[in-house]
Design a binder for this molecule. Structure first.
Ligand code: 5AD
Ligand code: SF4
Length: 510
């Protein structure tokens, strides 16, 4: 009988990709996925360390398994990902029934470790070297990029896929744990990336999102030539079958003119750019060690707007970072007011042990001030998002149909704004942005033949909901927009009547 696997994932797109790949590898070993821990032989958590809240969630989920593990000691419980790398032995101390702790640079070991655990139970810890524990190359080698062969069925949609182009980060923003838990920045060779994209296209994938913590810092030297993200986008544009290319997350300082020109000139590149600003105050940016001033960020934004008119730009902000005053926060509000981001992910600062920020500065902004700033910034951004989306009513966009809307997938009931929760997931999985309102937008089509409520995204990554036949899933369709909420466009598919074909009889020309 097949062994059963339950996996829970928190965090960013990188984690979603890692989970997809771990599941695919374990399926080859005879595991099948189940939807509750109760049914599983192996329970895995793929974890995030970016904020305390993400870690608390995992420790309480582990706490809930204590009893189950006592009753069913054969169940394997594993903690994977960033929190595994950060906490290491501490996980066994806090949850002694955990069998397996594997960092993000060691995921290739998971199938073998599970096999070994079935034979002999002893806690297993597989993590990469700490950044100070050896030479740069020794540390790099201990963080292995995990890119095994893909399986289309393992993705939420076979038409879309994440592809890792680099791992790690060397920027060391003072608040951020990522350079520690995901290791040094390392780019993958372009030919490997292209081969993966070609295989995905052969399997029917139409949209690829390139992933990196600072994806636009990509560089790989082959002989004399240095490959940058712009070059890679050009190369991947030639892959037949792929219609759309996206990339996240960008680092403002590496938003070079050649990259913007590539996005403008390559028809397959999505005009969607996620470029986190983090703060609108130079004092705070300096303390964060972001490496740019707010003037430089503004200049970059105006280059984006000048080169790619209509581009959808999104951002991240941290409110309540150490020492942030009301005046600093007012500058962040000002930046958001004038920048017209498509949306922003807003986070309350969470001190991370092991970061420079935690070591050097006091977490001195009270929780209620963080909360108030978070809500204020969010309200402003939502207002802007709503105005921006409203301005699109009456226009027609090409939409890649992803699948049933959440509403249609649930069956019926009242409608919650579609994009809100999608948007929150898309960056951090636990943005403090409320998943907005219960705004009722439109019930799915009832008694409308085989029409279903479907969802997809425009080239600028705007979530769009419309009624259409299910067979359009995976297709590019024209959708005309008749209404909008801050996160969702509502539209109807533009049908072009083919009409009867007229054949003309003509005398053959001699
Ligand atoms: N506290 C709050 N937010 C953080 N982020 C990263 N580290 C922290 C932290 N310690 C946010 C940044 C980043 C996003 C993925 O998470 O805004 O862009
Ligand atoms: Fe963290 Fe800064 Fe690297 Fe982004 S660029 S992953 S915020 S250290």
């Amino acid at each position: 009988m097949a062994k059963k696997l339950y996996i829970e994932t928190v965090g960013c797109q990188m984690n979603l990709l890692d989970s997809e790949l771990v599941v695919a590898a374990l399926r080859k070993d005879g595991y099948e996925l189940v939807d509750t821990p109760g049914k599983a032989d192996a329970i895995l958590f793929n974890t995030c360390s970016v904020r305390q809240h993400a870690e608390d969630k995992i420790y309480s989920a582990l706490g809930r398994l204590k009893h189950a593990k006592r009753q069913h000691p054969h169940k394997i419980i594993g903690v994977l990902g960033c929190m595994a790398q950060k906490d290491q032995e501490l996980i066994f101390q806090r949850a002694p029934f955990v069998d397996l702790v594997v960092g993000p640079g060691q995921l290739h070991q998971v199938p073998q470790l599970l096999r070994e655990l079935q034979v002999a139970r002893a806690p297993r810890l597989e993590v990469s070297l700490d950044r100070a524990a050896g030479s740069r190359s020794a540390v790099e080698q201990s963080f292995e990029s995990y890119d095994p062969l893909r399986e289309a069925q393992m993705r939420p949609s076979p038409y879309q896929a994440y592809v890792r182009i680099m791992i790690g980060c060397d920027k060391f923003c003072t608040y951020c744990i990522v350079p520690k838990v995901r290791g040094p920045e390392q780019s993958r060779p372009p030919h490997e990336i292209e081969a993966e994209v070609r295989r995905l296209a052969d399997e029917g994938c139409r949209e690829v999102t390139l992933l990196g913590q600072t994806v636009n810092s990509y560089h790989f030297t082959v002989g004399e030539r240095v490959w940058r993200l712009a070059d890679l986008l050009g190369r991947l544009s030639d892959v037949a079958g792929i219609d759309r290319l996206k990339f996240v997350t960008n680092y403002p300082k590496d938003m070079t003119d050649d990259l913007l020109a590539a996005v403008r000139d390559l028809p397959k590149c999505s005009h969607y750019l996620h470029v986190p600003a983090q703060s609108g105050s130079n004092t705070v940016l300096k303390r964060m060690k972001r490496g740019y001033s707010v003037e430089e960020y503004r200049e970059m934004l105006s280059r984006i707007r000048g080169t790619i008119p209509g581009a959808a730009v999104t951002s991240d902000f941290i409110v309540g970072f150490c020492g942030e005053t009301d005046d600093d926060f007012a500058l962040t509000m000002e930046l958001v007011r004038e920048s017209r981001f498509k949306n922003s992910f807003i986070f309350k600062y969470s001190p991370r042990p092991g970061t420079k920020g935690d070591e050097l500065f006091a977490d001195d902004v009270p929780e209620e001030v963080k909360r108030r700033r978070n809500n204020e910034l969010l309200a402003l951004q939502n207002e802007i998002s709503f105005e921006d989306q409203q301005a699109l009513v009456g226009r027609t966009f090409e939409v890649l149909v992803e699948g049933l809307s959440k509403m249609a997938a649930r069956g019926a009931g009242h409608f919650h704004t579609e994009g809100a929760s999608d948007a929150v997931q898309s960056t951090s999985g636990e943005s403090e942005s409320p998943a907005t309102t219960d705004m009722a937008i439109k019930p799915p089509a009832a008694n409308a033949g085989d029409l279903m409520q479907l969802t997809g995204r425009t080239m600028c990554d705007r979530i769009t909901v419309f009624d259409a036949p299910r067979r359009l899933i995976g297709q590019l369709v024209e959708v005309s927009i008749f209404d909008a909420t801050p996160f969702t466009l509502l539209g109807s598919v533009v049908t072009r009547e083919a009409g009867p074909t007229v054949y003309q009889l003509a005398m053959p020309v001699r």
